[in-house]
Ligand binder design. Structure first.
Ligand code: AP5
Ligand code: MG
Ligand code: ZN
Length: 228
């Protein structure tokens, strides 16, 4: 796809907007890896690595992990062979410094970002969604006890794994994550708009409808067309 050019997609949106849900579906559809900075931090925490333990103090408070640590971690991931044809970035970049570092790293390899879809969801919906989110411990499949519940309570439909609630999904921490989003990440909307890569999509529709629009936006970008 993308005329043989590697395709890098940056998923934008507030906490709970559906970045992970949509990135995973897109990853299956395009056969490109989903690179989620939050998932990598959580995996490190699960394995009690120094990186995981360091990230925990920021994540628990709903703040951002420092740029230098996050940038090194994601760049290492993007440098692996499975990202040679591109990747779907979910949760990174999240600051202008991270966006800049990503652009520079890709440019050094003659690459660039193809499209930056923005999932738009109101704050109240975000708080409600995150209160109901459940994740499989084994395969990371995503559920919502209100909008997409598992067939058996507390168990993953796909692998039978135990479902858990993220520690940072309590309403108090979610409010801080939203505050941090508006302060530090929302400026990226202007950044990608200025680079003619931004595609705003309404995220408050059924998951499949959002995915269809997302795939259409990616197809336009991959065909070399202007996304706006
Ligand atoms: P991260 O894991 O990236 O969390 P986040 O950005 O807060 O986003 P979420 O994962 O909460 O939401 P999402 O948009 O993926 O929504 P989801 O698909 O799950 O980061 C966690 C922490 O790590 C940060 O706070 C920070 O500390 C650190 N970190 C990570 N990246 C960093 C970086 N680059 N720099 C510095 N620090 C970093 O959906 C949410 C729920 O809604 C689910 O239950 C889902 O089933 C449901 N849902 C999804 N779509 C729909 C729909 N269309 N309709 C109804 N319900 C839906
Ligand atoms: Mg996520
Ligand atoms: Zn599972």
């Amino acid at each position: 796809m993308n005329g043989g050019q590697p395709l890098y997609i940056v998923m934008l949106g507030a906490p709970g907007a559906g970045k992970g849900t949509q990135a995973r579906l897109l990853s299956e559809a395009l056969n490109l890896p989903q690179v989620s900075s939050g998932d990598i931090f959580r995996e490190n925490l699960k394995n009690q690595t120094p990186l995981g333990l360091l990230a925990k103090q920021y994540m628990d408070a709903g703040g951002l992990v420092p740029d230098d640590i996050t940038i090194d971690m994601v760049m290492e991931r993007l440098g692996r062979p499975d990202c040679a044809d591109g990747a779907i970035l979910d949760g990174f970049p999240r600051t202008l410094a991270q966006a800049d570092a990503l652009d520079q790293a890709l440019a050094r390899q003659g690459r660039c970002i193809g499209v930056a879809p923005l999932l738009e969801v109101a704050d109240e919906a975000v708080i409600e969604r995150l209160a109901g989110r459940r994740i499989c411990r084994e395969c990371q499949a995503m559920y919502n006890i209100d909008s997409s519940p598992p067939r058996v309570e507390g168990r993953c439909d796909k692998c039978g794994g135990e479902l858990y609630r993220r520690a940072d999904d309590d309403p108090e921490t979610v409010r801080n994550r939203l505050f941090v989003y508006y302060k530090q990440t929302a400026p990226l909307i202007g950044y990608y708009y200025a680079h003619r890569l931004l595609v705003p999509l309404s995220g408050e529709r059924p998951i499949e409808a959002v995915q269809a629009d997302l795939q259409a936006a990616v197809a336009t970008a991959a065909a070399g067309g202007r996304v706006r």
